[in-house]
Write a protein that binds this ligand. Structure first.
Ligand code: FES
Ligand SMILES: [Fe+2]
Length: 362
């Protein structure tokens, strides 16, 4: 296991950006204790439907606000009041901004110093996404979104939870520049390939004959920040979308999710439509599992021996470094990486491949 410092990513240990911290339906069972970025959090849905994320520990005596399932107010479903949450130990009530706004046995104003940190969260495409920023700034860009999510012609996904892996997300991000693994790992050697870096977004365009599916595969794949990948794929005329998300849990330990979106034949969807969409997601997961397996068993590549015929690994790493430095300094990395990068003596996408990104919000 290698750490952020081993890859010389700093000064921050954890990156800035939008990250998945839960699947939205996980909050149906009540408040949830989660751990990411070496920190414990309390995540819950208020009565208005709003999702709130707070630092986990109560200022009074350090109780984890969301971890108890047996305390009386939790077991009797009285922990959430409006969009506020009561600590299960003595009932101090925290508002969504982290201020204590009621102490059941105390007259007079609640101590301002009891406030705990509240984090920016959004519910997007069935996921709870958190803005993580070591500097504590508000989001500098919006989380990614596919308009197909709101289109009844598409079957909404449920996430595959791949759990945690003892690998730094740097090794996962390397995949964006990795042209040469597509044949040996996925059975679909690319016939054209390029990367584009656009500030907080990195794009990969590639295509080639897919030996497993027996058709031509073209794809455009992009990370919106360091944590969330979306991909639009054309398998011989059938369009699907894929999501791959990584969120640091500890330095060098990463949680991973996966999902796919497929179009249905009928509105409302028939049982066959839903089964077919699940099959698409299972196929995508099978392909992704080949990457996951490699990551699980590889040693860290602190340095990559980048050949001319590899994709721009080192530039991709430079792009990724922006998220570990201050927002003000991020342009140091984007100034160097922004633009389109192709592999010498290897075909770039033809103009025909542009149809794939029409209407996408990259
Ligand atoms: S520890 Fe939370 S109210 Fe006392
Ligand atoms: Fe891959």
């Amino acid at each position: 296991m290698a750490l952020a410092a081993d890859y010389k990513l700093g000064p921050h240990t954890f990156p800035r950006g939008w990250f998945i911290v839960a699947e939205a339906n996980e909050l149906d069972a009540g408040p949830k204790a989660v751990r990411f970025f070496g920190n414990d959090f309390a995540l819950y849905r208020g009565e208005s439907g709003r999702v709130v994320m707070l630092d986990a520990y109560c200022a009074h005596m350090g109780t984890h606000i969301a971890a108890s399932k047996s305390a009386e107010i939790v077991a009797t479903d009285k922990q959430i009041e409006g969009d506020s949450i009561r600590c299960p130990y003595h009932g101090w009530r925290y508002a969504p901004d982290g201020q204590v706004d009621d102490i059941p046995y105390h007259d007079g104003p609640c101590p301002k110093s009891a406030a705990i940190k509240s984090y920016e969260v959004r519910e997007v495409m069935g996921c709870i996404m958190m803005w993580h920023d070591p500097e504590g700034n508000l989001p500098s860009y919006d989380p990614p979104f596919l308009t197909e999510w709101d289109d009844p012609a598409w079957v909404r996904w449920e996430l595959d939870h791949l759990g945690t892996i003892d690998i730094h997300p740097q090794e996962i991000l390397d995949n964006m520049a990795d042209c040469a693994h597509l044949g040996p790992t996925h059975g679909a050697p690319c016939e054209y390939f390029e990367n584009e870096f656009r500030n907080h977004v990195v794009i990969q365009r590639q295509g080639g004959f897919h030996h497993t599916y027996g058709c031509y595969l073209s794809s455009i794949t992009w990370y919106t920040g360091p944590g969330i990948l979306l991909s639009k794929q054309d398998f011989g005329g059938a369009i699907t979308y894929e999501l791959i998300a990584n969120t640091p849990v500890e330095d060098g330990v990463t949680r991973v999710w996966h999902a796919a979106l497929a179009k249905a034949q009928n509105i409302p969807h028939s049982a066959e439509d839903i089964a077919a969409a699940k099959e698409v997601q299972a196929g995508a997961l099978h392909a992704f599992s080949a990457d996951f397996d490699v990551w699980k068993h590889k040693r860290p590549a602190i340095r990559i021996m980048q050949l001319k015929a590899d994709g721009p690994f080192n530039l991709n790493r430079k792009w990724y470094k922006q998220f570990y430095d201050t927002l003000d300094n991020s342009t140091i990395y984007t100034d160097e990486s922004n633009g389109i990068h192709q592999i010498p003596n290897f075909p770039a996408p033809s103009k025909d491949a542009q149809y794939l990104e029409e209407g996408l919000k990259l």
